[in-house]
Ligand binder design. Structure first.
Ligand code: URA
Length: 286
């Protein structure tokens, strides 16, 4: 360990807060580190037999990055592997296990955790976003950062919550991408195509009464449309998957609303529309 200058804790906290606000999302040392090599080494260590008196593992994350550092398959093979794996899943838990085994998506190499879903899987409403950000990557759950907090408030305004045990008042939340794109860049079409079989299987297994797509990416990818979100939002579409049709509402992404608060009135209209549809459909009437 190198000698550290003596910084009062409040000052260190202020500096850390400033760095985070400026966009820093990783602590790095004085020397550059090739994280791919670190992951390869960690993976090789993973494959060693356990020492006789190994210390018990401490709270392993759902999907540590080293598991992702295997050879990558071509995008076409990755999609076909994803389809086979997803179709074999008979429960949401099996989807999580399949995603842990699936090495086709290059985003897994740089992500910290798999970020699959959060909320009540028996909910009437499934909310689908784009991709995990820094906070989601750290915690392995979708929509837990600033946009997630806004999403929670928006849903609460119409009586819905990811934490409600009552399926009538609950939501289940997922994304069309399960690993954080580096630097929060927009996921590529290939990356979305690799995750899509798992998204489709999630919809089939969960069988929600309504789907809400937050933002352009999930709306365009699920519906195969190309219009921008300002044209798509506020409209109900029918999503056909397997032998089931599900009403799908496109709305604005909460991250966009944080940047453009004046547009919250449009999102509010969409939410009221969802509430009306939920009331019309009635409890348990799927
Ligand atoms: N934005 C998303 O689309 N999904 C998340 O999980 C977080 C932010």
């Amino acid at each position: 360990m190198t000698d550290q200058p003596d910084i009062p804790p409040e000052e260190a906290l202020r500096a850390l807060t400033w760095l985070t606000e400026m966009g820093a999302d990783e602590a790095v040392g004085d020397e550059p580190v090739n994280q791919f090599e670190v992951n390869e080494t960690a993976r090789a260590e993973d494959l060693q037999p356990e020492p006789a008196e190994a210390a018990p593992p401490q709270h392993p994350p759902i999907s540590p990055a080293p598991a992702a550092a295997r050879a990558l398959t071509s995008p076409d093979d990755a999609v076909s592997d994803a389809r086979k794996l997803a179709q074999s899943c008979q429960s949401l838990e099996e989807i999580v296990a399949a995603l842990d085994r699936f090495d086709g998506c290059p985003l897994k190499r740089t992500a910290t955790n798999l970020c699959f879903a959060d909320g009540n899987p028996a909910a009437r409403v499934l909310v689908i976003g784009e991709a995990p950000g820094r906070d989601e990557d750290r915690l392995g759950k979708p929509f837990v950062g600033r946009s997630g907090q806004l999403l929670d408030k928006m849903l609460a305004a119409i009586g819905l919550s990811r934490n409600d045990p009552d399926p009538q008042k609950a939501v289940y939340i997922t994304n069309v991408i399960y690993w954080r794109p580096p630097g929060n860049r927009k996921p590529t079409e290939a990356e979305t195509l690799m995750c899509m079989p798992f998204v489709n299987r999630t919809i089939e297994l969960m069988a929600p009464q309504f789907i809400v797509c937050a933002g352009a990416t999930p709306t365009q990818r699920l519906l195969g449309r190309t219009e921008g979100i300002l044209r798509l939002r506020g409209r109900w579409f029918t999503l056909q998957r397997a032998d089931r049709e599900t009403p799908l509402l496109a709305t604005l992404h909460p991250a966009y609303l944080l940047r453009q608060p004046a547009q919250k009135r449009l999102a509010w209209r969409d939410l009221l529309d969802l509430k009306t549809k939920l009331l019309q459909a009635g409890a348990g009437n799927s």
